[in-house]
Ligand binder design. Structure first.
Ligand SMILES: O=C(O)CCC(=O)C(=O)O
Length: 255
């Protein structure tokens, strides 16, 4: 991360890095993910506030060789995350969001720390990196963010359909104070975002899928105060250099 990117992350709570993964690498990840029956069978549905279904597959563990593991362990993502958060980071979990054409439901306004606080994380020193697997546009329900909203601190969260959303009164006040940005991404583009950034996404009403891989990290100094929680406690993350990650992604195929 250069100083401008670090400044953007601190000021806005997010930074977009174009072509963090090149087209050849993304083709490998895409071919693997779309043919991954295990991923499809592990995936589950979360209804949004209006009952539309959005599907995701979440994993707390890393396997040996999958392209998902390569992305999570990559210097490009995990190394950048450590720079943004100012400490060693470890893998908290990762998830594939499967927003299918015409059915992919919305995500309500929320902060990830609105959830993670309840899993014993004392500090909001956590962040995620969303990598666009498919193209993400306004039409297929790309991520929306309120730049600067991470400075609100943690907002209370409550039930919104089967999801958990931020306090609507606070969200309304935030909407009046911060600009709303639609994060349109090409495959391989990535957005790093702070755990307190307010974000949401619309339903996918288009003909195009919108899959994305979201890798979530916690910092070493923020090891959850409870163990056996929803996501893992600290353990060192082995980081892979770009060449190794590149070779593995490019060689990936449908499993
Ligand atoms: O990718 C999306 O549509 C939203 C995902 C999201 O809000 C999250 O995983 O916290």
């Amino acid at each position: 991360m250069d100083s401008e990117q670090l400044r953007a992350f601190q000021q806005d709570g997010y930074v977009i890095v174009r072509q963090l993964f090149d087209p050849e690498e993304m083709r490998g990840l895409l071919a693997h993910a779309k043919g991954d029956r295990q991923l499809a069978s592990e995936s589950y549905v979360r209804k949004d506030g209006e009952g539309a279904e959005t599907r995701l597959a979440l994993r707390n563990d890393l396997d040996d060789e999958s392209p998902y593991t390569a992305v999570v362990r990559s210097q490009r993502v995990a190394g950048a995350m450590a720079e943004l958060l100012g400490d060693e980071v470890y893998h908290y979990h990762h998830k594939m969001m499967l927003k299918e054409p015409r059915v992919g439901g919305a995500w309500e306004w929320h902060q990830d720390y609105g959830y993670w606080y309840n899993f014993g994380c004392l500090f909001p020193d956590m962040a995620s990196c969303l990598i666009a697997v498919d193209r993400a546009t306004r039409e297929n329900g790309c991520l929306q963010v309120l730049p600067g909203s991470h400075r609100l601190g943690r907002v209370d969260h409550g039930k919104a359909g089967e999801q958990v959303g931020a306090d609507p009164q606070r969200v309304e006040a935030a909407l009046a104070r911060f600009p709303l940005v639609y994060c349109e991404l090409e495959p391989g583009d990535a957005i790093f975002f702070h755990a307190n950034l307010l974000h949401r996404s619309d339903r996918n009403l288009s003909e195009h899928p919108r899959w994305s891989l979201i890798c979530c990290y916690n910092t070493k100094h923020n090891d959850p105060i409870i163990s056996g929680g929803r996501h893992p406690n600290y353990s060192p993350l082995e980081i892979w250099d770009d060449r190794r990650v590149h070779d593995l992604l490019v060689a990936s195929q449908a499993p």
